[in-house]
Design a protein around this ligand. Structure first.
Ligand code: CA
Length: 524
């Protein structure tokens, strides 16, 4: 944390009343290196009963299927207010929400690599060193995975078959690939869609595509443009390469076909499975798959991509049903960050302030749908705080991996939210979510209150990455009541809210943790 941030927090506490912090915070710390959680004994017991009955019936631990969409906005799916109203209907995603649990306060990190690494390690990016997207030319000084214990490793040790299909974006050198860090199998692409398509997209990148010398230099950066198939142990094959924008447009179809095939295979085995299916779309640049071109009401490539992915979501869930494992598979659908407005109009929609690259709600609040036939009651919705890192703890619980299997020399930020998701009246066990931007502690949300000690401000319309600055706030944090002001427009500041001190004290304690558990520096 920077000196400025430390000073700002100190200034915040000058307003504070520590007694109010004690009563406002319901969370309880049960171990020094684990994030405190709100105790909810009755719902834990209800969820345990459901899981025991399921195991009795199926004789197996449950399967897990995460579906991660790249850069989809909170407001894109119909069940979050978009869909047809935003020019791209999403009937399949909407059905899962209708028949499952729709989370309205589900949080990602503000960019791709941080979210993707956090959900597989249960740890904030500042702790693992994966603080921002890895880009061409980055010189990583230390393999962050060399001492991280990944979820697929833990699930594999617990008897699971593990597969990552699609986008990885957490390192593509040997030792950092999905099949090096715990997955049994990887079938997908290392970088984001635009990193791949720029070498074949003459319309957007003519100075690269039409200049042989520039292209040779670009190729020297070594950005992967292959569909890669890798197996634990190191065997790695290039299946095909992206040689046109049409190849890129077809990528998600190829990936969905592969996961469907693997679901059929793995469902027949004795072992449970964990599949993380990561779509390439709807990260810019989007090229409409020929079968979906113009299929959205909007006709824009981004919106056609939303329609296409919604179709694939339906196909993946249908594959579980056909394989006879729908009732024994926990499905979670989400996005890894808010819409990338810098790419507009090849961008999603959020009703909130900010976008990808910021810690305003637009950058971090994402769709989150938990679906499990027979286990999650239909038509539930909750505004309880859920951090995507909580998927790590929930998956461990479902796989019956005890937390003492984790190394005790480091801090874990996840919360086991199994009972929130499974109990019919389950409530979130997370009191606070913390938001970082690179190595800067920016903000936190506690109940409906959010305090910012730093903010990312665009200097021109929609430019939250390319032309934005990180700023300190002034004497008081920017403090918003998200129920009154979901767009975070008018700070209620230190004069109007008695809760500022409580939230600020959580921020201070969170920042202080870094002294005991120092962040890892990997050169990003
Ligand atoms: Ca992303």
């Amino acid at each position: 944390m920077t000196r400025n941030a430390t000073l700002t927090i100190a200034a915040v506490l000058a307003f504070g009343l520590s007694a109010s912090a004690q009563t406002f915070d319901r969370s309880v710390r049960t171990a020094e290196n684990f994030e405190p959680a709100i105790p909810r004994i009755a719902q834990d017991s209800a969820a345990a009963k459901k899981l025991a009955a399921l195991k009795e019936r199926t004789g197996k631990k449950p399967n897990i299927l995460w579906i991660i969409i790249d850069d989809m906005g909170y407001g894109d799916p119909g069940c979050y207010g978009g869909g047809g109203a935003a020019g791209a209907a999403t009937p399949n995603i909407d059905r899962l929400a209708r028949e499952g649990l729709r989370l309205t306060s589900c949080y990602a990190q503000q960019t791709c690599t941080p979210t993707r690494s956090a959900i597989l390690t249960g740890r904030l990016p500042v702790r693992t060193g994966l603080t921002r997207p890895i880009l061409a030319g980055d010189k990583i000084t230390k393999n962050p995975w060399s001492d991280e214990v990944s979820l697929p490793k833990l699930l594999g040790d617990a008897g699971y078959q593990t597969l990552l299909t699609g986008k990885w974006h957490v390192g593509e050198v040997e030792g950092m690939r999905p099949h090096d860090v715990g997955f049994d199998e990887f079938y997908g692409f290392y970088p984001a869609q635009k990193e791949i398509s720029q070498r074949v997209d003459a319309r957007r990148y003519p100075s690269l595509v039409h200049d042989k010398k520039m292209m040779a230099a670009f190729e020297g950066l070594g950005i992967g443009h292959h569909l890669v198939h890798g197996w634990k142990g190191g065997r790695t094959e290039n299946v095909s390469s992206v040689e046109s924008t049409e190849d890129m447009s077809r990528a998600d179809q190829v990936l969905a076909d592969f996961t469907v095939k693997k679901i059929q295979e793995m469902a027949k085995g004795d072992q449970p499975f964990f599949i993380e299916h990561c779509f390439m779309k709807v990260h810019c640049d989007n090229f409409a798959h020929p079968d979906f071109k113009g299929k959205s009401a909007s006709k824009y490539p981004y919106k056609d991509a939303v329609v296409e992915l919604d179709h694939h979501v339906g196909v993946l869930v249908a594959a579980l049903e056909k394989a006879g494992v729908l009732d024994n598979t926990f499905v979670f659908v989400t996005s890894d960050n808010g819409p990338q407005m810098d790419g507009w109009p090849d961008a999603g929609y959020t009703p909130f302030r900010g976008a990808k690259g910021t810690t305003f709600e637009g950058g971090i609040r994402v769709p989150g749908i938990a679906y499990w036939q027979g286990m999650i009651a239909p038509a539930r919705e909750s505004d309880g705080i859920f951090d995507l890192m909580d998927l790590f703890g929930t998956a461990l619980h479902l796989a019956e991996v005890p937390t003492d299997a984790l190394p005790q020399d480091r801090y874990y930020d996840f919360i086991n939210q199994t009972s929130f998701l499974l109990a019919d009246t389950g409530k979130s066990k997370r009191e606070v979510a913390y938001f970082w931007w690179g190595k800067e502690l920016m903000a936190c949300r506690m109940r409906q209150y959010k305090a910012h000690i730093k903010v990312v401000i665009p200097s021109v319309m929609h430019s939250y990455i390319d032309q934005a600055t990180v700023q300190d706030v002034g004497l008081a944090p920017w403090f918003f009541d998200l129920y009154l002001d979901p767009k975070e427009e008018a700070s209620v500041g230190h004069r109007l809210s008695p809760w500022l001190a409580s939230v600020a004290s959580k921020l201070r304690a969170h920042g202080a943790l870094l002294r005991k558990y120092p962040p890892k520096n990997i050169g990003l």
